[in-house]
Ligand binder design. Structure first.
Ligand code: GUN
Ligand code: ZN
Length: 675
């Protein structure tokens, strides 16, 4: 079955950012990417980069051009209608067209009817056409913004009816009002669009109002159909790309590379500068490494403009490639935060980048390789919130007596437990205390110190932070101890603590520390009910330990495999300290918990394929446990809750129903496979 055109598939994700693929008749567009703007009037003019040159030098999948400019010229119009827009501009790839809205914004008026320009885009074979939306300027009041949304929606209703085979972009307006952006996104999502641009943002970006930009993007994202790529209209400066990608923008376009070049200006990741003001070339793109600054300055105007345009596109594509790599690595929040530190006027966006916590947590993958702190705002990242939340909701104390907190030089050696191995050994000889580390994440129990993101992170040591941060942490510790009814909670203070503890205990109850770790990670990852389903219990706080065999690495001592009653149920991954669920573990969870716990329900057409180990495609999913997150282990079942396969989520549960193509979960092993 060939995938349908005009559909979008998500391949990889980090933050709200995604590596995706949009299918067009002129090839796939791999996102996030930028569509360089082609001005049809300037093709072949000296100083201008041709579409073929752009294709060759930057491997651009797609460009964008303006259908209104073509429509206005009899000559261009005729050629576009007879040969198609791709031929007209000479681009061998996908071509998106804009509608004339921006001309309306710049010059106050356009002479074309909303439906006529959509039909025209369709008739010239545009791969992605755009409605003639109503551009709301940032200084407009609410009433105007509301009426523009209404007008844009009405135009959208008519436009989707005439789009034909063309993908159609339905722009989200709403001015500077986040609630109106959400409303617009909700209404436009209800129509049969294929792409959603966020519009009206050029003047917001030009005045460096990145905090506002962040707010309007997030407000739109909250209500947008997640299966449609989001285009940030008029954005293409490398300065904005890391932020916008992290916030979930998939497509960009910009005429800036050419406009700035024509003014003798060069774009950089942190600024735009006149060539004439530069003393050296702080860049290593082919243009800057192929010329000295003197050579560049002394070029004739047309050649120089073209060179600057090439440089500008190189730095833009570089920013995109860095953002893509960061998505693969799971570090796009870090990249976005760092980019905001690059310019004092961008800094304020830090105040709003984590202001959709629920949405952001639902979309954030649970597994990753690293967590680097860049500033105090980093601790608002969805991963941190999730860790705290799961710790509070899912961690179960292993003793009723004593809780010991460690505060100190935690971050130098990971995991935390190894840094305090000697003290822990002494404590264990005289008590069954639960042990917590007072980290910047809040209290982290010893059993979770290898779990992502704790062990994979570089964050400041709490004892180096201001006193009020430390006090807050101690309060959290107190509260945890109180809520869990420990008889005693103390901060570890070397041998005096050991002596005290020794005096408090008459005899020391047995603990099985490796098993405690297995249970705590399982609780954290799968929830308490799933853990209880996998491991036979004696009573409320005690498990049957003699039926559990835990294989550890001889070299590192780390947990490898967990075997219960002869069944291999879990394997631990060394890189993120989380479990891979085996078939026998999954079957235990199914037998011992009620739906929807950890389940992904597929329809009967899908079952035989998944049993053979093939991935679950989104259109075949009936429902999913709302607590699952991208990269979580999941149990694939049929409509009767019968076991089909174990796998790993790729989409978030609430997104799946929107996707017409693409993988919802990867299957690791199906019931027909050896596990
Ligand atoms: N180009 C830059 N901003 C906009 C916008 O808001 N709408 C459209 N259609 N094109 C744009
Ligand atoms: Zn350069």
């Amino acid at each position: 079955m060939a995938p349908k055109l005009n559909t979008f598939e998500v391949l990889k994700r980090s933050a709200l950012g995604r590596i995706g693929r949009f299918r067009t008749a002129h090839g796939n567009i791999e996102t996030p990417t930028i569509l360089p703007v082609i001005n049809p009037n300037l093709i072949g003019e000296p100083g201008n980069l041709s579409p073929q040159e752009i294709k060759k030098e930057f491997r651009a999948d797609a460009v964008i051009t303006n259908s209104y400019i073509i429509w206005q010229s009899d000559e261009l119009k005729e050629k576009a209608l007879s040969d198609g827009v791709q031929k007209l501009i000479g681009f061998d790839g996908a071509v998106m067209t804009d509608s004339g809205t921006f001309q309306m914004y710049m010059y106050g008026d356009v002479q074309v009817e909303p439906l006529e320009i959509v039909k025209f885009q369709r008739d010239i074979g545009s791969d992605i056409g755009t409605i003639l939306d109503l551009f709301t300027k940032p200084d407009e009041d609410r009433e105007k913004a509301e009426s523009d949304i209404e007008g844009t929606f009405e135009r959208g209703q008519g436009s989707v009816g005439v789009k034909g085979d063309m993908a159609l972009a339905g722009t989200i307006q709403g001015g500077v009002y986040p609630d109106l952006r959400s409303l617009a996104a909700k209404r436009m999502s209800s129509l049969d669009f294929d792409v959603h641009p966020i519009g009206g943002v050029v003047p917001i970006m030009e005045s460096y109002r990145y905090k506002k930009l962040t707010e309007v993007i997030l407000a739109a994202k909250r209500e947008l159909n997640p299966a449609r790529p989001v285009h940030l209209f008029g954005a293409g400066h490398p300065m904005v790309i890391p932020l916008a990608v992290a916030l979930g923008c998939d497509l960009f376009d910009s005429a800036s590379y050419a406009k700035f070049a024509a003014q003798g200006r060069m774009m950089f990741a942190d600024s735009t500068r006149f060539l004439k003001d530069l003393d050296d070339l702080p860049c290593s793109c082919p243009v800057c490494s192929g010329h000295t600054i003197q050579e560049l300055k002394s070029l004739d105007k047309a050649t120089q403009t073209k060179m600057l345009a090439r440089h500008n596109l190189h730095v833009t594509f570089k920013a995109l490639r860095q953002a893509r790599q960061a998505i693969y690595e799971g570090t796009i929040w870090e990249l976005a935060e760092r980019s905001l530190h690059d310019h004092p006027r961008l800094n304020r966006a830090l105040e709003s980048i984590y202001t959709e916590p629920e949405l952001q947590e639902r979309r954030e993958p649970t597994a990753g390789r690293r967590f680097f702190y860049t500033c105090p705002t980093s601790m608002q990242r969805p991963l941190v919130r999730r860790f705290k939340q799961r710790f509070i909701e899912r961690y179960r104390p292993r003793t009723k007596y004593l809780l010991i907190g460690f505060m100190g030089n935690l971050e130098a050696r990971k995991p935390y437990g190894t840094a305090f191995a000697d003290d822990i050994r002494k404590l264990r000889a005289v008590s069954d205390a639960d042990i917590m580390f007072m980290s910047y994440y809040g209290p982290v129990p010893l059993e979770l110190d290898e779990v992502y993101p704790i062990a994979q992170s570089l964050v400041p040591d709490v004892h180096q932070l201001p006193k009020d941060v430390q006090e807050k942490l101690k309060d959290e510790f107190e509260k945890f101890s109180h809520d869990n009814e420990y008889q005693m909670a103390v901060m570890y203070d070397g041998d005096t603590t050991i002596l005290d503890v020794e005096n408090w205990y008459d005899d020391v109850p047995m603990r099985t520390h490796v098993f405690d770790r297995v249970l705590a990670v399982s609780d954290f990852q799968f929830g308490n009910a799933a853990t209880d389903a996998m491991f036979p219990k004696k009573d409320d706080m005690n498990w049957v330990t003699n039926e559990v065999k835990i294989k550890t690495s001889r070299k590192t001592g780390k947990i490898r495999n967990v075997i219960v009653e002869g069944e291999h149920i879990l394997s631990m991954r060394a890189h993120d300290g989380l479990f891979t669920l085996k078939q026998d573990g999954a079957k235990r969870i199914l037998a011992g918990t009620k739906a929807p716990t950890n389940r992904l329900v597929v329809n009967d057409d899908s079952v035989p394929f998944n049993k053979e180990g093939k991935s679950v495609f989104a259109p075949f999913v009936i429902s999913a446990d709302p607590d699952l997150r991208p990269m979580d282990e999941c149990i694939i079942v049929d409509g009767n809750d019968e076991f089909v396969a174990v796998g790993r989520m790729r989409l978030a549960p609430d997104e799946i129903e929107f996707f017409k193509t693409g993988i919802a979960a990867e299957v690791r092993s199906g019931s027909d496979d050896e596990d």
